[in-house]
Design a protein around this ligand. Sequence first.
Ligand SMILES: Cc1cc2nc3c(=O)[nH]c(=O)nc-3n(C[C@H](O)[C@H](O)[C@H](O)COP(=O)(O)OP(=O)(O)OC[C@H]3O[C@@H](n4cnc5c(N)ncnc54)[C@H](O)[C@@H]3O)c2cc1C
Ligand code: FES
Length: 257
Amino acid sequence: MLKQVRIKKVVEENYRIKNFVLDEKIESIPGQFAMLWLPRLNERPMCIVNSDPLTFTVAKIGPFTEAVHRLKEGDPIWYRGPYGHGFEIKGKNVLLVGGGYGVAAMFDLARSATKKGLKPTLIIAAKTKKDIIYEYKLKKAKIKTMVATEDGSAGSESLATNAAEELIKSNTFDCIYSAGPEKMMVALGEIADKYKIPAQFSTERFMKCGGLLLCGHCEINGVLVCKDGPVFDWKTLKNLPDFGRYHRNQAAQKIPI
Ligand SMILES: Cc1cc2nc3c(=O)[nH]c(=O)nc-3n(C[C@H](O)[C@H](O)[C@H](O)COP(=O)(O)OP(=O)(O)OC[C@H]3O[C@@H](n4cnc5c(N)ncnc54)[C@H](O)[C@@H]3O)c2cc1C
Ligand code: FES
C-alpha cells in the first residue's frame, strides 16, 4: 500500500547523489528496501538508509531518479515497504565496503553494528574524490573509515578490493559486508574465500512489482532479489551463474554487466 509523505530535507552529497530525508519513521533493518513512487513515473526500489527519519540516498541515472532529484523540501513523495531480507549482524570486528550510493547502506549497517557493540571498519570505494559520499557522516559517527580512490585523488590510490585485502592481512574480521558494483562484490567474495571469512552482499535487479511476488523480473538463477534478498550470503551468490555477469533490463532481456 503506497503512503504519501513529505520531504523534510534534501542534502546534496555530490554531483549525482542526493539524500532525501522524509517526514516519516518506520521499522526496518539495514539492507532492506522500499519502493518509491511518483505520479506518471511508476515506482523504483531504493535502499532504506535510515529508518528514523526515513531516508533514501538517490543517484541520478534515468527518468525516475532525475524526477526525484528535482523534488524540493515540502514536496510529496510516495513509498511502500520495507521489503526483503536485510543484513545479519555477526561477530565483533567487521569489514564493510561501499561503492557508489552503496556507501549509504554501509553507513546504516555500521551504525547498527556499533550500537550492538561491534567494531566496524568501513572502506569508501570511489573512482575519484568527487564521487565520495558520506565521509563527513562517518567522521561524525566516529566510525573507522578508509577512503580508496582509483585515481588517488583522495585516500589511498587503490581498488576497494586491494584496500580490503591489505586490511584483512593485518586485522581479524569476523564478517565482510558490501553494497556496490557487482564485479567488486564478486572480487570481494573471492578474497573472503581466500581468508575464510563469511560475507554478505547487497544485490540489485530491475524490479517491476517490487516485493509483491507477481512478476519474477528480479530473479537471478531461481532466487528472487525482492524476497530472498536483496542481501544474500556470498556462499549463495557464488553458486548463481548470472551473479556478476548478467542483469535484466526492463524488457527482461539478459544484459552483460
Ligand atoms: C534493492 C534495490 C535497492 C536499490 N537502492 C538504491 C539506492 O539506495 N539508491 C539508488 O540511487 N538506487 C538504488 N537502486 C537502483 C534504482 O532502483 C535505479 O537506479 C532506478 O530504478 C533507476 O530508475 P531510473 O528511471 O532513474 O533509470 P532507468 O532509466 O530505469 O535506468 C537507467 C539505467 O540503469 C539500469 N538499471 C535500472 N535499475 C537497475 C537495477 N536495479 N539494476 C541494474 N541496472 C538497473 C537500466 O537498465 C538502465 O540502463 C536500487 C535497486 C534495487 C533493486
Ligand atoms: S520484483 Fe516482482 S517478483 Fe521480485
